[in-house]
Design a protein around this ligand. Structure first.
Ligand SMILES: N[C@@H](CCC(=O)N[C@@H](CS)C(=O)NCC(=O)O)C(=O)O
Length: 203
């Protein structure tokens, strides 16, 4: 059987990197298909939702939508709860991560620097604190989101926190989540995981 194929843009970020890291954490030896932006318009109509990432597994329908990919990988590899209620709790937080992305996306598209700065100031003053306080309430008091082992929800939280804590996003300070120790603890735990480290160190 051929390897699973995960397709995303050629960048270690966002929804694609969530899926790559989940697969790496699961120990799946997958084909990491990276497409160039110039090739995207031709490929887009052939994808399940007109978006990346998508996952191809021989003999199965192509899976689109990041959280569907993450929960599938999680269920097959012990990185998502088997209890449906606990799973739903994780999925709710995964959706909440996407809500933060959706709140930031308009400012990414703004071309007027002043408009962008003003939009980002509102995010820093209102959106991020409210989001952080909310998500903090859902995270347990051990290493990861729920206990001492990682789940796909941890990967999702890690990638979004890393994005903003990088200090590389204009007008968003690197300590934007500094007031949320549980969230930062999850970030640090995923970042230090040997399989995550190995994935990030590969050539
Ligand atoms: N709800 C989808 C959103 C996917 C999405 O918007 N992907 C972006 C890249 S992060 C994309 O495909 N952009 C190109 C396009 O929409 O044409 C998911 O969670 O997978």
């Amino acid at each position: 059987m051929s390897k699973w194929r995960l397709t995303y843009f050629d960048a270690p970020v966002s929804r694609g990197e969530e899926c790559r890291l989940a697969l790496a954490l699961a120990g799946v030896d997958f084909e990491d298909v990276r497409i160039q932006r110039a090739a995207w318009p031709e490929l887009k109509p052939a994808t399940p939702f007109g978006t990346v990432p998508f996952l191809e597994i021989d003999g199965r329908p192509t899976i689109g939508q990041t959280n569907a990919i993450l929960t599938l990988v999680g269920r097959l590899h012990g990185l998502h709860p088997s209890d449906p209620f606990e799973a739903a709790r994780h999925e709710a937080v995964m959706t909440f991560v996407d809500e933060l992305r959706a709140a930031v996306t308009p400012s990414i598209r703004m071309t007027d620097p002043d408009e962008k700065r003003r939009a980002r100031e509102v995010l820093v003053q209102d959106t991020f604190p409210t989001w952080g306080e909310t998500v903090e309430r859902h995270i347990g008091d051990r290493g990861y989101f729920a206990g001492d082992a990682p789940h796909v929800v941890d990967v999702k939280l890690y990638v979004v926190v890393r994005w903003f804590a990088s200090g590389n996003v204009d007008h968003i300070p690197a300590d934007v989540f500094g007031a949320f120790p549980r969230l930062m603890r999850v970030h640090d735990a995923v970042d230090a995981h040997p399989r995550v480290r190995a994935w990030q160190a590969r050539k």
